[in-house]
Design a protein around this ligand. Structure first.
Ligand code: FES
Length: 117
């Protein structure tokens, strides 16, 4: 897992429920790669580049809490490294059991990745 600039710039709050975090250049996260983003509340997201599209589901597996950023990404499916549960990083849907990861919207502005949490 490559280290990634997780410096969080000044957060903005367009309303009471959404915060936009800036966390690095899109070019730093190559296709097929993943980086962790720690949120101010201590939770983590796993940010994936799938063919130039960016997705950010929560990082911890709902089974036993493994970091999904350390899992194996194949296309838009990540397989948990501990027991093999599979998740669609686009939707958070678990393909193994009836579970779902929370997902967050990622956008690119002038080459900078931003996530809405
Ligand atoms: S901790 Fe992920 S499948 Fe068990």
């Amino acid at each position: 897992m490559q280290p990634f600039n997780t410096k969080i710039d000044e957060p903005t709050r367009p309303d009471d429920t959404t915060e936009t975090l800036t966390f690095g250049g899109a070019a730093e996260l190559r296709p097929g790669a993943c980086a962790r983003l720690e949120l101010p509340d201590g939770n983590e997201l796993a940010v994936y580049n799938v063919g130039g599209e960016f997705y950010a589901p929560e990082n911890f597996c709902p089974h036993r809490g493994a970091p999904l950023a350390d899992g194996v990404l194949c296309g838009h499916i990540v397989e948990c490294g501990w027991h093999g549960w599979q998740f669609d990083v686009r939707t958070g849907e678990c393909l193994t059991v009836t579970e779902r990861l929370k997902t967050y919207k990622v956008r690119t502005e002038e080459g900078v990745l931003k996530v809405e949490v």
